[in-house]
Design a protein around this ligand. Structure first.
Ligand SMILES: Cc1cc2nc3c(=O)[nH]c(=O)nc-3n(C[C@H](O)[C@H](O)[C@H](O)COP(=O)(O)OP(=O)(O)OC[C@H]3O[C@@H](n4cnc5c(N)ncnc54)[C@H](O)[C@@H]3O)c2cc1C
Length: 408
């Protein structure tokens, strides 16, 4: 087990500086344009692929870094550049992690390369769990996967919503119900290979922020995929379902919705994205407050402004510490006895919303215009308290973990 450290090692510092250079030179200058266009920034993803940032190798290297700091450091730097573009770059990684975590070696080897494509022909992937009637309440998912034994195929029907890269992905990872009696324990994940008949994009959403990231419905109409597309394989699924049925029978109670806690390990990564956006807005505000003069002196000479900046920086550092702690715990298999993953996501995402709003205030009228980036950062920051579990759901997970009570 790696010791917890608050200091990046030399190799990590090198990676951080390299990522920061890409974020400053390539991502940030393109941010306003792709926000206005509300389209996937394919040329920027391609640039990231060329230098090796958009690749499984890079993602896996950070993901398996024993200090736990690889992913949060990478997320913070890329999202410091721009949240919408960065989400377009890392969205595939979120789907790839679903396969890395649950797939067989063969599935990992077959599908992950197709998620990324190559630098001359980049592809993206999507992870589709949310549905119109199953957002926070994952257990009420309706998309159904039924096994056709004669053909060794799964038949999938349903509508997914809010899928990042949904419909434009080369590979979709779809969560579906295989046993409706087991709640979220009766769910399984499937690969939908490229160009599978019946899998199509529904509505593309026009969003408040992270507009360079594509978000859409995915319609699954009698989609047939080979048995080999069930992540982890049929044998493992049957064993898991048998255990869940046995537990439900013995306990004599409805299987509880465990899905809320399932994401505990991935939540610090979202916290790190929020830290990146918050830090970006804070830096713009600090620089502006030093330069802008009113009443014959820089506005930072007023405590009313300077103290806001002090609070902003304090919150950002506190958020990063929570994120790094939770990330280290996740990588080193430490149990989240106080829902530390949720804590980090809750605090960092609320920090990003608050700090970006303060940045607008410090920039005054300029902060409210698209001439300056902080209004975009504020629109972007609003996503962090919503996706990967809303702030209310994080509080629910934390409160339930602390109390052991079924708080609703
Ligand atoms: C831009 C974007 C990208 C996304 N990307 C993906 C993706 O790639 N894949 C994917 O599967 N999903 C994705 N999502 C979906 C996201 O995870 C959901 O939007 C989120 O889980 C909330 O679900 P909901 O929108 O249905 O809100 P609801 O669950 O309807 O919640 C509405 C409000 O009620 C509150 N609430 C609900 N239940 C409770 C409760 N028990 N106690 C207190 N308050 C409660 C919530 O906190 C919220 O404030 C994305 C969403 C967005 C907006």
């Amino acid at each position: 087990m790696a010791e917890f450290t608050m200091e990046l090692n030399d190799e990590q510092k090198e990676v951080r500086d390299w990522l920061h250079g890409f974020a400053a030179d390539v991502i940030r200058p393109a941010a306003a344009e792709w926000d206005e266009r509300e389209e996937t920034p394919w040329p920027v993803i391609q640039e990231a692929a060329k230098v090796g940032i958009y690749s499984l190798d890079f993602y896996a290297q950070q993901y398996f870094d024993a200090t736990g700091l690889g992913i949060p450091m990478a997320m913070e730097e890329l999202f410091w550049g721009d949240a919408g573009i960065a989400l377009s770059i890392v969205g595939t990684g979120l789907a790839a992690v679903g396969v890395l975590a649950n797939g067989t070696e063969e599935q990992i080897g077959t599908w992950i390369p197709q998620m990324y494509g190559d630098a001359n022909d980049v592809k993206v992937a999507a992870f589709c769990s949310s549905e119109p009637d199953a957002g926070s309440d994952v257990a009420s998912m309706r998309t159904r996967a039924v096994y056709d034994e004669a053909k060794d195929e799964w038949v999938i029907n349903g509508t997914k919503t809010w899928a990042t890269n949904g419909g434009i992905a080369n590979v979709h990872v779809v969560v579906a119900v295989v046993d409706p009696d087991l709640g979220s324990k009766g769910h399984a994940s499937f690969i939908i290979p490229p160009n599978t008949p019946g899998c199509s994009q529904g509505q593309k959403f026009k969003k408040h922020g992270i507009r360079a990231s594509h978000t859409a419905e995915v319609v699954l109409d009698d989609v047939r995929v080979p048995g080999s597309c069930l992540l982890g394989g049929k044998e493992k699924l049957d064993e898991r379902l048998a255990r869940a049925r046995e537990k439900a029978r013995k306990g004599g109670e409805r299987v509880k919705n465990a899905a809320m806690a399932t994401f505990e390990a991935s939540r610090p990564a979202v916290g790190a994205m929020a830290v990146g956006t918050a830090r970006a807005a804070y830096e713009v505000a600090l620089e502006y407050a030093t330069r802008r003069e009113q009443f014959g002196r820089p506005i930072i000479d007023n405590q009313g402004v300077a103290f806001q900046l002090a609070d902003m920086r304090t919150r950002i550092d506190a958020a990063r510490l929570l994120v790094w702690r939770a990330s280290w715990m996740a990588v080193n298999g430490k149990p989240f006895t106080a829902a530390e993953g949720s804590m980090s996501k809750l605090f960092a995402s609320e920090t990003a919303k608050k700090v970006t709003a303060q940045a607008i205030q410090i920039l005054g009228g300029n902060g409210y215009t698209r001439e300056y980036p902080v209004e975009r950062m504020h629109r972007d920051a609003a996503i962090y308290t919503i996706f990967e579990g809303t702030s209310e759901i994080q509080r629910l997970v934390i409160a339930r973990t602390l109390s052991g009570m079924p708080i609703r």
